[in-house]
Design a protein around this ligand. Sequence first.
Ligand code: NCD
Length: 336
Amino acid sequence: MTATDSSLPTLQLTREGRLKHFLTLDGLDQALLTDILDTADSFIEVGERSIKKVPLLRGRTVVNLFFESSTRTRSTFELAAKRLSADVLNLDINTSATSKGETLSDTLLNLEAMASDMFVVRHSQSGAPHFIAETVTPGVAIINAGDGRHAHPTQAMLDMLTIRQHKGQFAGLKVAIVGDILHSRVARSQIRALNTLGVEEVRVIAPATLLPKDVESLGCKVEYDMRHGLRDLDVIIMLRLQRERMEGALLPSEREFYRLYGLNEEKLALADSRCIVMHPGPINRGVEIESAVADGPQSVILNQVTNGIAVRMAVMSMAMSGQVSERVQPGEGAGQ
Ligand code: NCD
């Protein structure tokens, strides 16, 4: 299964250019990404109320389909759906019929027969959410919660919301992504989002063995020397070593990796003094980031988690409303 991103704009957008699935940031323009951030901003206030609910997905059924492990993403998708008043089904793949040999297509047909309105999909195969979006019943929205090394668009958008909150705007920012770029779907989506939103510079800092061959063509500069690469930065995004996706020995040792590419207070001092430190989680303390930095005053790692709920509420409500608008015949109203 491969992702053919050239066909995605038509697959994930309605004829009017509204979101109806959320599979990748490829093909989405600055206006749409800004709309997602603005909509997410409006949901932040909902999370601060004593009753954290709005009725936008009332009566809708959202199925969380996680074929790979997850803590933050799965729980924030669940909370987001519940705060939108949807009914939420969390399918535990380890105890579902997938472990008895049922194919993905058959699992989906059964879930569609239960009148589901949205599938939130995480899968180890790049392109799995795309495949589902092509085959699913019209009207059902597919949200990518991370597919293989390909994309993790909601993670990138919650990162963009966090950057905008702390820095005000994207123009003029220098942002570095550090560590295991090769296996990171998060990095791919972040590079795309940062470029679309118009930052001044995206840098990737990593050993050559942890960079994809085509990395510069994604829209970034490459630095192999972290101390050199950290200069003048406004934002540092650290990544976990994705051991589960590594084939063969790509690293001398974890200790050597930490010495060269781990973020400690001494290296952080090389960046701008107002530089923020981000990480999609899960963090591995002492492998890519020192505790003093992860828990320090420049870290916004837990803000990212909080923002994940608002961004996922935005994407889910926008995709559902796009699906509804597409099924409304000309002359009918587009209310949900
Ligand atoms: C990331 C993922 O699963 O791609 N985590 C996340 O969604 N917050 C990154 C990782 O696993 O290292």
